[in-house]
Design a protein around this ligand. Structure first.
Ligand code: UT7
Length: 329
């Protein structure tokens, strides 16, 4: 018998400081009108210098564990989807320590804005095989630390946040289908690249001692990619679930740009009222954006047990993926 997967709880955390479009126009040559009409973003949250990615992830994780009716000691595995760990070696074990999840093993997973979907699929494999029963999946990013605050093409887009879900082994399988894709030939469209500076050691041996550069993005290329590939991957996940888009109650896309959300929904023939969006308040929070919008809709009572959801993430890599879920335990 295959072991099913259900989402038992969700949670979110965002920094308290908010930066709106008007304030951004003091920094770069832009306007609220341009940012709102081209992206739908009005404000975003910014993490203070002393706020760690791990603490933001922990706060979201605690709320998800509480909603699931569990304690940290019940968690078997923690997967932290992030591209902005406090430490290049990873931040997941810090989350484990801060939660007091003494039984859990924890690791980071990096897939940029697809991180939450890829993390969901990865975590689910451990549950399906019977290895773990309770998995905490957190999507968290502090992209404000990697933005070029002099580049108006990118600095207006991103924000900081964390969202989490508890995935649980269940008699009734609520993960109905998924699909994941990547295309490294288009890697140069969106990067936080490492710039190496040669440092000769001895004789013929030279090492690289460099630094990571701020985010660069070919906005139009990524836009075209998203509008073409996201509907395709949602259709594929729906096919695996033996469902069609008209059966969906909610579409939860990575919150990159309202125009992308609208275009994807149109291609999938999904009416606007089924498309969840909170990017006006938070901007693009990378791996956090799907669980942030999910948590908001669950706590507002929009998403109800039995509802069918399609989630889809897309971004750097390039990577993209989708999963079809039924809400409820
Ligand atoms: O999470 C990863 C996924 N990332 C994405 O999904 C991002 C996808 N791309 C996009 O969302 C859009 O391409 C952007 C929002 C980034 C840009 O919108 P666009 O409609 O593609 O604008 P554009 O790049 O074609 O730029 C149009 C004009 C340019 O001026 P010129 O060359 O026409 O004179 C830009 O210099 O808008 C200018 N511009 C700005 N003006 C005011 C670019 N950024 C700004 C700005 N304020 N912040």
């Amino acid at each position: 018998m295959t072991i099913g997967i259900a989402i038992a709880g969700c949670g979110a955390a965002v920094p308290s400081t908010s930066l709106n479009n008007h304030q951004l126009s003091q920094l770069v040559e832009t306007s609220d009108e341009w940012i709102s009409s081209r992206t739908g973003i009005r404000e975003r949250r910014i993490a203070a210098p002393d706020r760690s990615l791990a603490s933001l992830a922990t706060e979201a994780g605690e709320k998800a564990i509480a909603m699931a009716g569990l304690t940290a000691a019940d968690i078997d595995l923690i997967v932290l989807a992030t591209s902005t760990a406090d430490d290049l070696f990873g931040s997941a074990s810090q989350v484990q320590a801060q939660l007091g999840a003494t039984r859990a093993v924890a690791f980071d997973l990096t897939a940029a804005c697809s991180g939450f979907v890829f993390g969901l699929v990865t975590a689910s494999q451990f549950i399906r095989t019977g290895v773990y029963r309770n998995v905490l999946l957190v999507g968290a990013d502090i992209l404000s630390r990697w933005v070029d605050w002099d580049d108006r093409r990118t600095c207006v887009l991103f924000g900081d946040g964390a969202g989490a879900v508890v995935l649980q082994a269940s008699d009734r399988d609520r993960l109905l289908g998924f699909e994941m894709c990547s295309d490294g030939t288009q890697n140069g469209c969106l990067n936080v690249a490492y710039q190496s500076q040669p440092r000769p050691l001895i004789d013929n041996i030279t090492v690289a001692r460099g630094q990571y550069l701020p985010i660069i993005m070919s906005g139009q290329e990524v836009y075209k990619f998203a509008v073409k590939k996201v509907p395709e991957v949602v259709e594929k996940a729906l096919f695996r679930a033996n469902l069609t888009s008209d059966r969906l109650n909610w579409l939860l896309l990575h919150q990159a740009n309202q125009r992308i959300l609208d275009a994807v929904a149109k291609r999938l023939n999904i009416p606007d009222e089924k498309v969840l969006s909170n990017l006006g308040n938070y901007g693009n929070t990378s791996a956090a954006s799907i669980p942030l919008v999910l948590d908001e809709a669950v706590r507002q009572g929009k998403i109800q047990p039995g509802d069918l959801l399609a989630i889809s993430g897309f971004g750097a890599g390039l990577t993209w993926g989708a999963a079809i879920l039924e809400w409820g335990q």
